[in-house]
Write a new protein. Structure first.
Length: 308
């Protein structure tokens, strides 16, 4: 659906993207991760056609973005990290304007605006000026304008930034539903929030792509893979936990007293041993969770690797 081949981009005589190559199929969700937000945004800008690559090739549904930029742009929706802004334009006016630019007309404008604002829960603020909106609502409007024309490829740059926890959950549900209709690439500094959404992770270190890996594989590389996190009101016997078979170490949560994470040695399952200890000691446990692995661990490590 999208092919990126040997993509390179210079900015102010400095190479910020070097020889990127990856592809994505229809109805696939890719997470774009790394320590430098400038590089992630620059990559999305080039894919969207907002800037021109210095070298390399991008194809959207077989259409070359350099030789046929207008055709390619019709297939792309882009939610900018900077959001939307205008001192007087109302939300409904802005979305109708974007729909017109996208080639919609007549009743199609009203229909698509209504569908997008319903999905983003924006109906109550349709008559509100853009600059009077909160950061979270501006973010929603930015996503709404990106899906007005039902694109084949949706680019999202930090879509959950500025949203409350319940809003983030709703947005994740929305992204999940959009992935049933289109290819989605999400750039985010909060990779663990996307662990259940994205099929693959693209990890950037410096100006290079250092990993193109299924999310589940990255999670398995985390030192928290198969770790067990417990929360109790009374202090736990950490020594008793530490000497259990397969335990690699224990992390105490400084900002959450009574919460500890027990790390597992590679290839070991420690949950049954911990469960037995809890039963034998008759500990009162408020919660006990087996962790799938923390993507942030691995992404932080990979994105700081010196690229070859």
């Amino acid at each position: 659906m999208i092919e990126v081949i040997n993509l390179t981009k210079h900015l102010d005589k400095k190479k910020i993207i070097s020889d990127f190559s990856f592809s994505a199929n229809k109805k696939e969700c890719l997470g774009l991760f790394g320590e430098n937000p400038t590089v992630k945004t620059a990559l999305l800008d080039v894919i969207a056609g907002s800037t021109v690559p210095s070298e390399g090739l991008i194809k959207i549904q077989g259409i070359n973005t350099r030789t046929h930029p207008l055709k390619a742009k019709k297939l792309i929706g882009y939610q900018l990290q900077s959001g939307v802004s205008h001192p007087t334009m109302l939300v409904k006016e802005f979305l109708a304007y974007i729909a017109t630019i996208r080639g919609l007309c007549g009743t199609a404008i009203r229909t698509q605006v209504e569908q997008a604002t319903t999905r983003l829960e924006l109906l109550p603020v349709l008559n509100t000026p853009l600059d009077a909106l909160s950061i979270g609502l501006k973010r929603k409007v930015a996503i709404a304008q990106a899906i007005l024309h039902t694109p084949a490829l949706l680019l999202l740059d930090e879509p959950t930034e500025g949203l409350a926890p319940d809003q983030k959950q709703k947005l994740r549900t929305l992204i999940q539903s959009l992935t049933q209709e289109m290819t989605v690439i999400v750039a985010s500094r909060h990779c663990d929030e996307l662990s259940e959404l994205c099929t693959r992770a693209l990890v950037i270190a410096g100006d290079r792509l250092v990993a193109d890996t299924p999310m589940a594989d990255l999670q398995r590389d985390s030192r928290h893979f198969q770790a067990v996190t417990l929360r109790a009101d009374a202090p736990l016997d950490l020594l008793a936990l530490a000497v259990l078979p397969g335990v690699a170490g224990i992390e105490e949560h400084l900002h959450a007293p009574g919460t500890v994470t027990v790390l597992a040695m590679p290839g070991h399952t420690i949950y049954p041993h911990i469960n037995t200890l809890i039963a034998n000691r008759r500990w009162k446990i408020n919660s006990l969770n087996v962790e799938p692995g923390r993507l942030s661990d691995v992404v932080h490590y990979l994105s700081r690797e010196a690229p070859l």
